[in-house]
Ligand binder design. Structure first.
Ligand SMILES: C[S@@+](CC[C@H](N)C(=O)[O-])C[C@H]1O[C@@H](n2cnc3c(N)ncnc32)[C@H](O)[C@@H]1O
Length: 228
């Protein structure tokens, strides 16, 4: 916790006020990943391979990744080699992420509130990836109706671009809580019961094994990946 607090303090002067909670969560994810690297491997490698298997870059292709965050699920080296330009979009990039980005001259980053983006017409790209961000956009909302509006808007952002680009959606869609005996205790939609059409691939993300969030319960996310 102290390390997380110090990292937050270090970045504090350049964190826009509206992104403070998001950055705290990003720092928490960074620590969780450090503790749960083995449990997350399957999810992260599935994300990376799904992206790489489903892109088709030409020599001047540009790819935009929404929710790039800490780059844990981004095959950054391969994308940098395959694409003319890689554009990472997230609310905030920690210094440790910026240090990684700097290694690749054709990778640039944009800090923006993705929930407020109406369209992507100011960016030049032909591939678009929504990467483990959709459920995150709903976290602060209580109302199912508003959550569904946010999903509709994000869906429109993705689908509205299909005429000129290849679009990939990767998101968790179901949250499950298990007890110590591996009995399922709770199951709830991560997407406010939004009906996403049949995906191309499904897998589990062992987000919080026993002891990570609670000593008696673990949390698993069901993830889908789809080319739109
Ligand atoms: C679960 S992480 C996604 C995984 C990420 N690709 C990684 O490897 O860390 C969710 C990401 O969504 C970003 N995020 C959450 N709400 C956002 C918003 N309104 N606008 C932009 N980014 C947001 C967070 O900063 C975080 O990086």
């Amino acid at each position: 916790m102290l390390v997380e607090f110090l990292e937050y303090l270090w970045h504090y002067p350049r964190i826009p006020k509206e992104f403070r909670e998001i950055v705290q969560e990003q720092i928490a994810i960074k620590s969780r990943y450090a503790r749960q690297r083995a449990a997350w491997t399957n999810h992260l490698s599935n994300c990376k391979s799904f992206i790489l298997e489903n892109v088709d870059p030409q020599k001047d292709s540009r790819i935009v990744l929404l929710g790039a965050g800490l780059l844990n699920d981004v095959p950054i080296r391969e994308l940098s080699e395959k694409f003319f330009e890689v554009i990472l979009l997230d609310a905030f990039f920690l210094d440790s992420t910026l240090a990684q980005i700097k290694k690749y001259p054709n990778v640039k980053f944009i800090s923006k509130d993705i929930s407020k983006i109406e369209n992507l017409t100011d960016l030049d790209f032909d591939h678009l990836v929504s990467l483990n961000i959709l459920s995150q956009l709903l976290l602060k909302e209580e109302s199912i109706a508003i959550k569904q509006q946010i999903i509709n808007k994000h869906w429109g952002l993705l689908v509205g671009n299909t005429v000129r680009s290849k679009v990939i959606l990767i998101t968790d869609y179901l949250k499950q809580i298990f007890d110590r005996n591996n009995q399922k205790k709770l199951e709830e939609s991560s997407l406010a019961d939004y009906d996403i059409p049949q995906a191309d691939r499904y897998w589990d993300w062992d987000l919080a094994p026993l002891g990570e969030l609670d000593s008696n319960y673990s949390m698993m996310l069901k993830v889908l990946a789809k080319v739109l």
